[in-house]
Design a protein around this ligand. Structure first.
Ligand code: IMP
Length: 197
């Protein structure tokens, strides 16, 4: 605690994720009570068949290295049609290897697509020594080609249902934060912190 504010650490190696979350945090009145920190600790990342298990393992691997509350976030990109949910929990590896171009090739000429992002935040809440889970999800479709300059990862090919003509890379961080999987999960974390001030 410093200047009457409690610290909360977002443990991530992804600066885009941190920027998205801090944009929400800075607008919230929670910033009167908390200070959000970007922590670059390297949590252990396991391969599991669901995001929750990955996030829980991650937070357990680092929670005792900090003296304050901290959280990690794990996300996945699921192309439900026509790829039956691929890449899902393999999203990071698939993005690193075949990338957006590879996903577009796999989809080919298929005109009907359906996809979603999922986000799972695992918070270690120090005052009660407990791990809390918050989830978010956003649905959409896949663009025919990569479009836009904002964001990261699969943003250039994802058309959210709320703005079906724009990819996540064609909208600002502020707009993405109104609808994204990550913002929904983080809003739930904020509600939890507000109720437990
Ligand atoms: P991670 O394991 O949570 O870092 O994310 C898995 C993969 O999904 C990575 O390749 C990310 O680039 C991608 N990803 C996660 N969140 C988003 C997002 O909000 N937009 C686009 N891609 C994302």
């Amino acid at each position: 605690m410093k200047g009457g504010k409690k610290y909360i650490h977002f443990i991530t190696g992804n600066i885009h994720k941190f920027n998205e979350v801090s944009e929400i945090f800075n607008k919230s009145n929670l910033n009167q009570k908390y200070k959000l920190f970007h922590s670059n600790l390297e949590p252990i990342e396991i391969q599991a068949d669901n995001l929750r298990d990955v996030a829980v393992f991650k937070i357990k691997s680092v929670k005792n290295k900090l003296n304050e509350s901290c959280f990690v976030e794990d996300a996945g990109f699921f192309v439900d049609e026509p790829l039956n949910g691929f890449p899902g929990v393999y999203s990071a590896y698939v993005h690193k290897t075949i990338g957006n171009e590879g996903i577009l090739k796999l989809i080919g000429e298929e005109s009907k697509t359906c996809a979603h992002f999922e986000s799972v935040i695992a918070l270690y809440f120090k005052p009660i020594n407990e791990i809390k889970i918050f989830k978010g999800e956003v649905s959409g479709k896949i663009a025919k080609k990569m479009r836009g300059n904002h964001g990261f990862g699969f943003d250039p090919i994802f058309l959210p249902d709320t703005f079906p003509d724009k990819t996540f890379s064609e909208i600002s961080i502020e707009i993405k934060n109104k609808i994204s999987h990550r913002s929904q999960a983080f809003n739930k974390l904020e509600d939890f912190l507000k109720q437990n001030l």
